[in-house]
Design a protein around this ligand. Structure first.
Ligand SMILES: *Cc1c(COP(=O)(O)O)cnc(C)c1O
Length: 461
């Protein structure tokens, strides 16, 4: 009998290190002020622990770095392309594999082929760039998550699922011919990084098949989703993450991937399709905007590192560590009295700032106030997902978002348990004197995607 230890350790040792940006509190106060209380404007070397995003921030393995050295940089037909193509084809089972520089390029290409005015795309939830690309083509994007996805305090195993009744009702209402595709996002990034169950995916696929609508999977975090199926769904505990992932892909007619997440690389993505008509159109757009179809806006070395990353991410020890370490942060915050979206997601923990700072109204951005406090007292960088990101206007014409969250996204293989323990300690300290945290006012902003560029000031005490 194999002994089972309780402590799940980082399943790697560290070969190359990078110093963290230690700063003093008075320096951080100055940095915050200069940044207009917007952490997107803070230079990364002034950040101690960076939880801004898990996108493109992974640590590559020594094998991936070896791939970088081996990369074949031939313009057409590079060896690295064939290695990449085989890795993606073996995993997904889709026939045509088109590399792109990152996920949104795949979205733009697909939408310029089959989007357009009068069309509607349905999804469990569109990621924000996916929605932007659907809308930029002239089409509509509608999210149909299960209702429990919005009940933040109540845990559930598969809060990333699609609302099947709503899906069928929408298809009947709009007419199948006006729906070029249904997109399932795994995991559901916009709603807490929650997984989709195999059962829900299978049922969505059946509905799509019945109405002859292609089902496209947005698989930025397919491995995290596969592992949570293994843990939570009956019948999967004995199956390997790769087998589960293959079953996931079998229900789609194609997929788009931002390789900056579960392919463990710093840049890259792909579009994988079966339909030869779609592929013909996509190749044309790819050549116009990205490059020749055997490199798609990337270097040969990037393709090879991606191929390797797709294999490493399905390693069961890696996934056990990955999912557990995010949960561990969630456990620590809960114990410190910090309300989080339950359960923790696969790549991030979301703090419910509305509940944590009830004295700050949405119009004074409680999420952003917490983000600034995390930076001010400890140099931790997180991101607001609330009225600064999704609300409209300020002061008189203010319209709040439906939630005020702070996302702590965990880069893959980058931080150790002591970094996470430190973050938990900081939250416990903030919880003690949270009533003193003040809201913020916008003094400068642009009409679109304002959270990237807005400047704010703290409310007078
Ligand atoms: C990040 C992401 C994208 C977009 O990918 P980029 O590589 O950032 O362009 C699309 N969908 C999901 C679910 C994502 O998380």
């Amino acid at each position: 009998m194999e002994r089972h230890w309780k402590t799940i350790i980082e399943p790697f040792k560290i070969k190359s290190v990078e110093p963290l940006g230690f700063t003093r509190e008075d320096e951080r106060e100055r940095v915050l002020k200069d940044a207009g209380y917007n952490v997107f404007n803070i230079p990364a070397d002034k950040v101690l622990v960076d939880f801004l995003t898990d996108s493109g921030t992974s640590a590559m393995s020594s094998e991936q770095w070896a791939c970088i050295m081996r990369g074949d940089e031939s313009y057409a037909g590079a060896r690295s392309f064939f290695i990449f193509e085989k890795a993606v084809r073996d995993l997904t089972g889709y026939r045509h594999i088109l590399p792109v520089h990152q996920g949104r390029a795949a979205e733009r290409i697909l939408m310029s082929v089959v989007g357009g005015p009068g069309k509607t795309v349905l999804s469990n939830s569109h990621f924000d760039t996916t929605r932007a690309n659907v809308e930029a083509s002239g089409a509509n994007a509608i999210d149909l998550p299960v209702p429990e996805a919005l009940h933040f305090d109540t845990p559930g195993p598969f809060k990333g699922d699609m609302d099947l009744k709503a899906l069928e009702a929408k298809i009947r209402e709009l007419g199948a011919k006006n729906i070029p595709m249904v997109i399932m996002t795994l995991t559901n990034n916009s709603l807490g990084g929650q997984p989709v169950s195999m059962r829900n995916l299978r049922e969505v696929a059946e509905i799509c098949k019945h109405y002859k609508i292609p089902l496209i999977l947005d698989v930025a975090r397919f491995a995290e989703n596969a592992y949570m199926i293994k843990q939570r769904e009956a019948g999967y505990s004995k199956r390997s993450p790769r087998e589960i992932a293959k079953e996931i892909f079998s229900y789609g007619d194609g997929c788009m991937m931002s390789a900056k997440k579960d392919a463990l690389v710093n840049i890259g993505g792909f579009l994988a399709l079966n339909d030869p008509e779609w592929v013909r159109g996509a190749r044309e757009v790819l050549i116009l905007g990205e490059g020749f179809p055997t490199y798609g806006g990337l270097a040969g070395r990037d393709l090879e590192a991606m191929a390797r990353g797709l294999e490493e991410v399905l390693d069961e020890d890696y996934l056990a560590y990955r999912i557990r370490s995010v949960e561990y942060l969630g456990d620590g915050l809960r114990k410190a009295g910090v309300p989080i979206v339950e359960p923790p997601g696969g790549h991030a923990v979301y703090v419910n700032a509305k509940k944590f700072l009830p004295h700050i109204p949405p119009s004074l951005f409680p999420g952003q106030a917490l983000v600034c406090e995390l930076y001010r007292i400890a140099g931790i960088r997180a991101v607001e997902i609330g009225s600064l990101m999704f609300g409209e206007g300020s002061n008189g014409n203010f319209k709040p978002a439906r939630m005020e969250l702070v996302r702590l996204a965990i880069p893959r293989r980058v931080y150790t348990q002591s970094h996470i323990d430190f973050v938990i300690e900081v939250f416990a300290e903030i919880a003690k004197r949270k009533d003193l945290i003040r809201g913020l006012r916008i003094i400068e902003s642009s009409p679109r995607l304002r959270h990237f560029t807005a400047r704010l000031v703290p409310e007078a005490a």
